[in-house]
Design a protein around this ligand. Structure first.
Ligand code: SAM
Length: 235
């Protein structure tokens, strides 16, 4: 009996420690958020190891350089087209990263965003987080097309089945509903070699998409993962 009382979450010692931590996190909400993020990151890492997601990287940029760029960029004299779709652009940090590293004139970059921030709360951030005042990033590159507005409305700008060549889909809308809308637009036209990045797969919204929609197709292989996101390729 005594042994049972001190095991698992019901042990009195465990309960007292958890109660003390909970009191502190009530006073310092950011600590609660940080603990929640640490738990989610740890659960994401375990998921990646269980699901053969490939090599672990410390940052998304290291993973993009190591796994995605070499597969996405054709040899210098090739005329093969490259198309990048970024769902959730905000201030263009990721957009600039890709444009700076691919100098091919055959690259077409499509950035989707409402540019007024998240339509609802997400992980402790208020609605409107990442608000760019409705303005697209100041990027002067003729290869870029912006699709401004709710992604649910702008996905129809693209004829998904006719975009050929090397394709990279960067999911970074954070929320489940718009991410699902983007997935449903793309899914019927998946091609072998298409590469997907889920920027916030550590969180339950993108993970739901991954677990309930992407992985069940049986067509995706992991290319690698970072603390927050994961890359997959269509086989
Ligand atoms: C985390 S930010 C993107 C960051 C960017 N990819 C980067 O790495 O620099 C998420 C973006 O998703 C956009 N977003 C969320 N829901 C959306 C929706 N339904 N339609 C359009 N944009 C949306 C927000 O406006 C926000 O700018």
């Amino acid at each position: 009996m005594a042994r049972h009382e001190t095991s698992g979450n019901s042990g009195t010692g465990t309960q007292r420690v958890v109660a003390a931590v909970a009191r502190v996190t009530n006073v310092i909400p950011r600590l609660a958020q940080s603990l929640d993020t640490l738990g989610a990151v740890s659960s994401w890492r375990a998921w990646c190891l269980r699901n053969g997601m490939g090599r672990s990287y410390d940052t998304r940029e290291a993973l993009w350089s190591g796994e995605v760029l070499p597969r996405l960029v054709p040899p210098p004299d090739s005329e093969e087209s490259i198309t990048i779709f970024e769902f959730g652009v905000a201030f263009g940090e990721a957009t600039r990263w890709w444009l700076d590293r691919i100098d091919s004139p055959h690259l077409r970059y499509h950035g989707f965003d409402r540019f007024t921030g998240l339509p609802q709360r997400w992980r402790g951030m208020p609605a409107g987080a990442f608000d760019a005042d409705g303005r697209t990033p100041a990027i002067d590159d003729a290869r870029v097309t912006w699709h401004v507005g709710d992604v649910e409305d702008s996905l129809g700008d693209i004829e998904w089945a006719t975009t050929k060549g090397r394709r990279f889909f960067n999911f970074d809308l954070d929320l489940f509903r718009p991410s699902l809308a983007a997935w449903e637009a793309i899914a019927p036209s998946l091609e072998t070699g298409d590469i997907f990045w889920f920027d916030e797969a550590f969180d339950s919204d993108e993970r739901l998409l991954l677990e309930a929609y992407v992985m069940p197709t049986g067509r995706f292989e992991g290319l690698g993962f970072s603390p927050f996101g994961g890359a997959l390729i269509v086989s």
